[in-house]
Each structure stands twice: as C-alpha cells, then as structure tokens.
Design a protein around this ligand. Sequence first.
Ligand SMILES: Nc1ncnc2c1ncn2[C@@H]1O[C@H](COP(=O)(O)OP(=O)(O)OP(=O)(O)O)[C@@H](O)[C@H]1O
Length: 251
Amino acid sequence: MEAILSVRNLNFYYGDNRALKDINMDIYKNNVTAFIGPSGCGKSTFLRTLNRMNDFIENVKVEGSIIYEGKDIYSKEMEPVELRRRIGMVFQKPNPFPKTIYENIVYGLRKNGVNKKEILDEVVEKTLKAVALYDEVKDKIYKSALELSGGQQQRLCIARAIAMQPDVVLMDEPTSALDPISTMKIEELVLELKKDYTIIIVTHSMQQAARISDYTAFFLNGEVIEYDETSKIFSNPRDKRTEDYITGRFG
Ligand SMILES: Nc1ncnc2c1ncn2[C@@H]1O[C@H](COP(=O)(O)OP(=O)(O)OP(=O)(O)O)[C@@H](O)[C@H]1O
C-alpha cells in the first residue's frame, strides 16, 4: 500500500514538555486513519505536526522528519502555506467565516487569485454536492453560513477544505460538537471522501474509529503504542494497554 506521509523518529516539545515521543508511522493513501487514546496523550498535537499547524504555537520544537511527496515537510524545500493547501484541516467546532455559504467555499481560491465567476460557481456546486449539502442549501448559498445548523456548518467546513483540492484532510474530532444524526452524516461523508482523499481523524469515540477507519493508532502519553489495521486493533490488539483502553478499562 502506498504511504502518502511517512513519519520518522518524530519528537515534539512544548517548551521542556516532550509531548510526542519517537513516533514512526506510515499513513496510507485513500484510507481513513483514526487516532485514538485518552485525553492529553498527544493526538491533536500529532495531527497538527502533519501540516505544520503547530508553527503558530510559540516555544515549540520538532525533531525527526515527516516525508510528503519525497520531501521533508519541515525542510526549507516545503512552503508551509502550500503544504496546508495540500494537507487541509477541519476542526472540532465548526468554524465557518461570517460570510455567505458561497464565499466560505471560495475563500481559499480567491486568496490564491482565482476570481472567475464560472470557475467559482462550479467549485461551489461540486463541493456542496461532494459533502451532501447541496440539496439542503442550494436556495440559500448567498445567505450567511452562520444560519446553518452545526452539522451543516461542519459539512460546509469540509467543503471549504476540499475546495482547495487537497490530498489529505486532517479532522480533529469533527463530530464531537454534533448530534447523532449530523455525526452519522459526517461519518458517511468520510467514507465517501476517502475515494478521492486521504483522511486522518482524531476521535474520542471508539465506535466511530471502528465504523469508519481502515487503520487505527492508539496513543498513550505521547507514544504510539499500537498502529495497525482497525479490525486488528479492535479484535486482536497486540498490546495489553490497547486492549485495556478499547475495552474501557481506562481513559
Ligand atoms: N498549546 C500548547 N501549549 C503547551 N502544551 C500543550 C499545548 N497543546 C497541548 N499541550 C500539551 O501537550 C499534551 C498533548 O496534548 P494534545 O492536545 O495533543 O492531546 P490530545 O490527545 O489531543 O487530547 P484531547 O483528547 O484531550 O484533545 C498535553 O500534555 C497538553 O497539555
């Protein structure tokens, strides 16, 4: 299977606090990879290292390498803004801009100088369809995105991310602020999107990881304890700590 990201000997520090410890992991293309583990174990920190979102936090240090398309994303060869276009992100809380639905989706394109109406119209329609939001919002795409429900806003945020045609979409607990029906819609969407994108998702829900991911990494205290096919992690974990966590003995 083809790795789209190869993480080697990665350490990450907030000041003196080593939050990630010697992580090695290949993330496979057109798969869904889930990161699970108790609160504070480093899942979000690791997710953010993959598109250098941690650059915005002061007093941090990265050691090791993350290879994407043959280049280390922390080397000078990689432009962080371009990297984040290729490796997009969706956050825990839906965060649409206080603009119209239309302008939310085309925001990144406009920033890159794409302003041709026909192109933007096409992207809006295509991405709204891709996130299964088109039928619900087609009559109000020029209305404020803030008028949408939380679940719709989150699908819009996913549309905004994929409008940039990324390779990888990072999702940090994308359903934790949503009701069960909206959660189900996002889960269905993730399964649909993996045909075209590589998805990496942090989740607190083991059911969710089991339902939608192909690979699962179990984190504990900044380490990856076990990383394998999701079916193996949940049916036959190698490590006692993984087993204890997935059977609800801690965390
Ligand atoms: N901006 C920051 N500055 C300093 N320390 C941080 C920062 N963000 C996270 N940490 C620390 O790094 C460690 C890992 O946190 P992280 O948020 O990555 O864990 P997590 O597994 O995603 O947790 P949760 O499931 O609660 O979201 C924790 O000890 C946390 O306190």
